[in-house]
Design a protein around this ligand. Structure first.
Ligand SMILES: [Zn+2]
Length: 328
């Protein structure tokens, strides 16, 4: 699994953009509305930043070429020397057990989430507005990744089971095609008693879905003629994404999405709930600081009516239409 050539690795790093831009932006934006009123007003004042910065952590690796960033987005559970339930829970425990070089290979997502949570809590305590916003958006990104099943598996792109490309197919292509029909309304944020436990609960649940997701894809592939799986141009050549991977046909995308029976929407909603819960918990643990003091009252006043309108739309499952960069 780890004998990749350099060009292949580069392509992989670029193409595995976690949820994809569509997914991350919608998760972050929708989470703002799941917050209680004392937080919602402040987050809505900065909702465009929270939305766009949702892919900031991916850009650290793809645009800034930060080599230390990649492993923070995944955990290859099967690659570790012990089962998921026996992995060290906290960052401090993890450092006693595993060398950085191991985590650089196998990923450190659950610990990254906990580290970001501690940083966000501190930013709330300190009343640092820009840090609160940046850390909120970035933490939301990692929580979104944790709810993408293939971010928790060694077989993250289906290569071990003859299903290459399934990663971005599931997380980018399907949301780009079907996402506008999803209902993104969720319950209001709840306080998390034990952040470590909740982080691992999310990882475990997501990991359990990885095999299901891959099995569904195998079944769909087997049910279609080989030459119907990928898009072709008029000359019969396979069309490729900007990352040089073949583009699945609309027929294949439809069949896969139907067979998944709502899994993509469900994982998006689970991500939104997790994001709102974590933001809310960090704020409560910081002593519930008054966030409205961080903005000019005029800005809050200007946003009052748009917030009400967008909140009502979200209650019906919709967020304002976002024009995101297409990855296909
Ligand atoms: Zn990511």
């Amino acid at each position: 699994m780890k004998h990749f050539t350099i060009p292949f690795l580069l392509i992989l790093l670029l193409s595995l953009c976690s949820w994809g831009i569509w997914g991350h932006e919608h998760i972050n934006r929708a989470a703002v509305f799941a917050l209680p009123m004392q937080m919602r007003t402040f987050y809505y004042n900065h909702v465009d930043f929270i939305t766009v910065e949702s892919t900031g952590p991916d850009m650290k690796r793809s645009v800034y070429n930060d080599k230390s960033e990649g492993p923070k987005h995944y955990i290859d559970i099967e690659g570790f020397d012990r089962p998921l339930d026996s992995l060290p829970r906290t960052t401090a425990d993890k450092s006693k057990v595993y060398a950085d070089s191991t985590l650089q290979k196998l990923g450190s997502l659950p610990w990254q989430i906990q580290d970001m949570m501690a940083k966000l809590t501190k930013a709330f305590k300190d009343g640092h507005k820009s840090e609160i916003l940046l850390l909120s958006a970035d933490l939301a990104h990692y929580l979104g990744d944790a709810n993408m099943p293939l971010h928790t598996s060694l077989n993250y792109d289906g290569k071990l089971t003859g299903q290459p490309g399934v990663h971005s197919f599931w997380e980018s292509r399907l949301p780009e095609i079907f996402g506008n029909s999803y209902n993104l309304n969720t319950r209001e944020a709840k306080y998390i008693d034990d952040v470590t436990k909740e982080t691992w609960r999310i990882i475990k649940k997501s990991h359990q879905l990885a095999d299901t997701l891959l099995a569904i894809d195998r079944k769909v592939r087997a049910s279609m003629p080989e030459d119907k799986l990928y898009k072709k141009d008029d000359q019969g050549n396979q069309l490729k994404t900007k990352y040089n991977t073949p583009i699945q046909s609309d027929e294949y995308a439809n069949a896969f999405h139907t067979a998944l029976n709502g899994m993509v929407q469900e994982q998006m909603k689970t991500s939104i709930t997790a994001v709102a819960d974590f933001w809310y918990t960090a704020w409560v643990n910081a002593g519930k600081p008054d966030l409205n003091k961080l903005d000019d009252p005029e800005l809050t006043e200007q946003n009052k009516t748009p917030l009400e309108k967008d909140y009502e739309a979200w209650k019906k499952g919709k967020v304002v239409k976002l024009k995101t960069d297409s990855e296909y």
